[in-house]
Design a protein around this ligand. Structure first.
Ligand SMILES: C[S@@+](CC[C@H](N)C(=O)[O-])C[C@H]1O[C@@H](n2cnc3c(N)ncnc32)[C@H](O)[C@@H]1O
Length: 262
């Protein structure tokens, strides 16, 4: 993509100057400002798009151990946690933001086989307390590794490995746009003078734009000595309209289903 992406920098730096340095605080600041979720809401990645939901749930149904609990890491307002709770005996949603967890509880009233807790998956042993309680699990993650820097990614993956039962399976889907985070923003409609509102909300909170997590990253972070990749490949996640008023956007992404070895 062209050098013009660098013209986004003044806007980004002006938001960054006022934003928390700690990613956990930035996420909580983002969620504290959210009033509406789902289609027509304010959360960039929360579209309720049936094409993605069906594809994800079919993959999970084909591979997850049906009798094991599921942990949904970085669950946000819990959209996928609730979908998983309709299929699996017990589901626990975790998020680094307490405001996200409040929202997830609010939106899940009446569903009895799920719960939500605050946890930072990028902290060593962050899932130990939960697996002590649940035993081994399946693990679900949508759109989290792509917002973690490399050291945090490595810790998060080690934590997920520790949470998986021997029969348990990890599902992940992450954005995998060619190029750097600026390219990602340009693709999603950012210009030197304008950020689409759902994107602006994320940037203004201080959340850093995502980095690619595709085939190369799956091979790097899930080496074959430690992981068996059951299925993987390009996929699409959907976001709220960004470049037009009402067209849901397809975000080039990558998915993987994996089991731990040993
Ligand atoms: C792009 S959103 C995806 C939300 C949800 N998985 C979905 O698909 O609707 C990323 C989520 O990960 C959470 N998150 C970011 N860093 C995290 C961390 N270190 N530990 C746990 N959650 C984290 C954020 O608060 C946010 O809710």
């Amino acid at each position: 993509m062209s050098f013009q992406k660098y013209l986004l920098l003044p806007q980004l730096l002006s938001y960054a100057a006022r934003a928390p340095r700690d990613p956990a605080k930035a996420w909580d600041r983002f969620w504290s400002g959210i009033r509406r979720t789902g289609n027509g809401g304010e959360v960039l990645w929360d579209t309720e798009d049936i094409r993605e939901i069906e594809e994800v749930m079919n993959r999970v149904a084909a591979h997850f151990a049906p009798d094991l609990p599921v942990i949904d890491i970085g669950c946000g307002n819990g959209r996928f946690t609730r979908l998983l709770a309709a299929r699996f005996p017990r589901v626990v949603g975790l998020d680094v933001s307490s405001h996200a967890i409040d929202k997830a509880w609010e939106e899940s009233a009446g569903i009895t086989n799920l719960s939500f807790h605050v946890a930072d998956v990028s902290m060593p042993y962050a899932l130990r307390w939960l697996t002590d309680e649940l035993g081994g699990t399946n693990v679900f993650m949508r759109g989290v590794l792509h917002v973690l820097d490399p050291p945090r990614r490595a810790v998060a993956i080690e934590n997920m490995r520790g949470a998986l039962a021997a029969r348990g399976v990890l599902y992940l889907s992450e954005s995998s746009i060619d190029g750097d985070p600026l390219d990602h923003m340009v693709l999603q409609g950012a210009t030197p003078t304008y950020l689409p509102e759902p994107m602006r909300k994320v940037v203004a909170a201080g959340v850093r734009p995502p980095s690619r997590f595709g085939d190369a990253e799956v091979r790097e972070y899930f080496p074959s000595a430690a992981w068996e990749i059951l299925e993987s490949g390009p996929t699409v996640m959907y976001t709220l309209p960004l470049r037009t008023r009402d067209e849901i956007e397809a975000l080039p992404s990558y998915f993987a289903l994996a089991r731990r070895r040993g």
